[in-house]
Design a protein around this ligand. Structure first.
Ligand code: KMT
Ligand code: NI
Length: 183
């Protein structure tokens, strides 16, 4: 699929790896995601090592740093703990930029009304979450994702768990929501 699939989550505390769709499903469109600062490109992950499209995005956005992480019980040390940690609601002082090279997983972001929006990502999805947005990440039931982590300059991995409302970047993000048109 070339469009990201996203939906409002149910309130169930069950297994984080399940889809948690509402019944009936309540979709969130790419346009709604853009309004909260979430952007997406669909690329050909088979040629990521030498992809002019990826190069162009990296140059234009200044994504000079990159590394690759594989999230799988046999590949990632301390897997279960990390999966729990990624799922704590947090923010960063910089954008979170991930390019899914293989497998699939979910990014959850808070919508304008604070409801959780679940974004399904899989091979070929490059997604950016803005600095200051509350979010979390989880593998799905496949327990497998390989992702490129991109960064403007030196990476800063620090995550601030909620509440982290006093950071200027958080205030700026909240402000940007007020100024963007609703719909
Ligand atoms: C994060 O910041 O939540 C992560 O790095 C999750 C793994 S990257 C797909
Ligand atoms: Ni994060």
């Amino acid at each position: 699929m070339s469009e990201l699939e996203a939906w409002y989550m149910d309130e169930s505390r069950e297994d984080q790896k399940l889809p948690h769709r509402l019944e009936p499903n309540q979709r969130v469109t790419p346009r709604q995601l853009e309004q909260i600062g979430v952007y997406h490109w669909k690329l050909n992950a088979d040629i990521y090592e030498n992809d002019p499209e990826l190069q162009k995005i990296r140059e234009e956005k200044g994504y000079s740093y990159m590394d690759i992480i594989t999230i799988h019980p046999d590949k990632l040390p301390d897997y279960e703990n990390k999966v729990k940690m990624f799922y704590e609601e947090h923010l960063h002082l910089d954008d979170e930029i991930r390019y899914i090279l293989d497998g699939s997983s979910y990014f959850d972001v808070r919508g304008k009304d604070e409801r959780w929006i679940r974004i399904a990502v899989s091979k070929g999805d490059l997604i950016t979450l803005p600095a200051g947005i509350y979010h979390r990440f989880t593998v799905d039931e496949s327990n497998y994702t390989t992702a490129m982590r991109l960064f403007v300059g030196e990476p800063v991995w620090k995550a601030y768990n909620r509440p982290a409302d006093d950071f200027d970047i958080r205030k700026a993000y909240v402000n940007s929501l007020r100024c963007s048109s609703d719909a």
